[in-house]
Design a protein around this ligand. Structure first.
Ligand SMILES: NC(=O)c1ccc[n+]([C@@H]2O[C@H](COP(=O)([O-])OP(=O)(O)OC[C@H]3O[C@@H](n4cnc5c(N)ncnc54)[C@H](OP(=O)(O)O)[C@@H]3O)[C@@H](O)[C@H]2O)c1
Length: 312
């Protein structure tokens, strides 16, 4: 029996449920590729799944290998896969219809719809940090139709999704105002945003920078971000939230990111063009996945957390 190492979970719970185990290599479906994982990106949804928060909307099977983001090398291709060849370097947001065989592992089977060729300019760690957060930023900005010359408000601009959204909107020719705590203001400036501190008085602080208000807003944190945005928007429908489903009742857009090869390839081109930089705040070995969960749960991540996965 062929065996790989993976982080597995046998029941819903916290970081303490994560164990490094030996498990069978994944099966390779007809329209999937087997990826030898070099790095796995860590996203808040990973620990939310392990905590059971997505149980009402997704089938989750145990033992579960967490993780949806990957960068690695194609080791084998399924029966009908013209898109990729053995040896190709890829990255992807490997969300399947049911949750079980994730990317915190030495190998993962990845449907081709979840993958694109890895941007050559990025390290494995950087590439693994892009897919889920980058695609979320891309999709949420598209939902509010950001155009060149417009002003966009990005809530939680220093996090995984926010740091990509700032740079994508800047690349699209927008002016970006981003919320973060003061320790992240220089970081936001380095991405091309004008920083503002979140909390009481946020509407006034944004108005000091943009007296006419903003054209579009994206919420990556929840709380009162949608309400604050709508006080500042010229058109109240041009707000998208990735965390607050109530946004639709208020006339805005709720975004739940989908795997999308074409959009991921476009993000890769922005990376190679130097327009999208990936800040990896923590790169930990696979054995420290539980610590990666704790860091993510703190809600203070600047950019991304990534797991480095050993080679075999
Ligand atoms: N619906 C979807 O498709 C989708 C996709 C991706 C993520 N999400 C969800 O969206 C959220 C963000 O994801 P992420 O990966 O960007 O998380 P993350 O990287 O963990 O975000 C951390 C950042 O949030 C900032 N932050 C915390 N509280 C804030 C506040 N009140 N106002 C402004 N910024 C604040 C922190 O900045 P400071 O340290 O400066 O406070 C930190 O930089 C998570 O809840 C995640 O589960 C949803």
């Amino acid at each position: 029996m062929v065996v790989m190492h993976a982080i597995t979970v046998n029941r819903y719970g916290g970081p303490e449920t994560l164990e490094l185990t030996e498990t069978e290599d994944p099966k390779l479906g007809p329209d999937s590729v087997l990826v030898r994982v070099k790095a796995a990106g860590v996203n808040p949804v990973d620990w939310k799944i392990v905590a059971g928060y997505l149980d009402s909307i997704m089938y989750v099977h145990f033992p579960l290998v967490p993780g949806w983001d990957v960068a690695g090398v194609v080791e084998a291709v399924g029966l009908d896969v013209p898109e990729f060849s053995v040896g190709d370097e890829v990255f992807g947001y490997v969300r399947k219809d049911e949750v079980q065989h994730g990317t915190y592992a030495e190998l993962v089977d990845a449907p081709v719809r979840t993958l694109a060729h890895k941007p050559a300019s990025l390290t494995w760690q950087q590439a693994a940090g892009v897919p889920l957060a980058g695609l979320t930023a891309w999709r949420s900005l598209a939902r509010v139709r950001v155009a060149a010359g417009e002003t966009v408000l990005v809530h939680a601009a220093a996090g995984g999704v926010g740091s990509f959204a700032v740079q994508i909107a800047v690349a699209q020719g927008a002016r970006v105002i981003g919320t973060a705590s003061e320790r992240n203001h220089d970081f936001l400036r380095s991405l091309g945003a004008e920083p503002v501190t979140y909390g009481d008085g946020l509407v006034d602080r944004v108005r000091q920078l943009a007296p006419e208000g903003v054209d579009a807003a994206v919420d990556y944190v929840g709380g009162d971000a949608v309400a604050v945005s709508q006080e500042l928007l010229k058109d109240r429908s041009r707000v998208a939230s990735i965390v607050d489903p109530e946004v639709t009742r208020r006339g805005g857009h709720h975004v739940w990111v989908r795997p999308n090869s074409a959009d991921l390839a476009e993000l890769g081109r922005l990376c190679d063009a130097g327009k999208l930089r990936v800040h990896v705040e923590h790169a930990l070995p696979l054995t420290e996945a539980a610590e990666a969960f704790r860091l993510s749960q703190s809600g203070r991540t600047r950019g991304k957390i990534v797991l480095e996965v050993g080679t075999r």
